[in-house]
Design a binder for this molecule. Sequence first.
Ligand SMILES: [Zn+2]
Length: 71
Amino acid sequence: MITCANCETPQFLQIVQSRVYFEDGEMINEISENYECTLCGGTGQYVYDEDREEESVSGEVELTTERPTFA
Ligand SMILES: [Zn+2]
């Protein structure tokens, strides 16, 4: 789950841009989403790398896991 690092809640986050990367016209390798918090104005980016099954965030958003990322 993506939450605002300032407000510590996902409640006010909006996806402002979403991008999906294709390879060879069909494979989705990476998903990129930009978030904006409508409460504090913070922005951040979420990237999911499907090849490595890795999630990462940057900016003023945090990635919280309800289940362990690495089992
Ligand atoms: Zn916020």
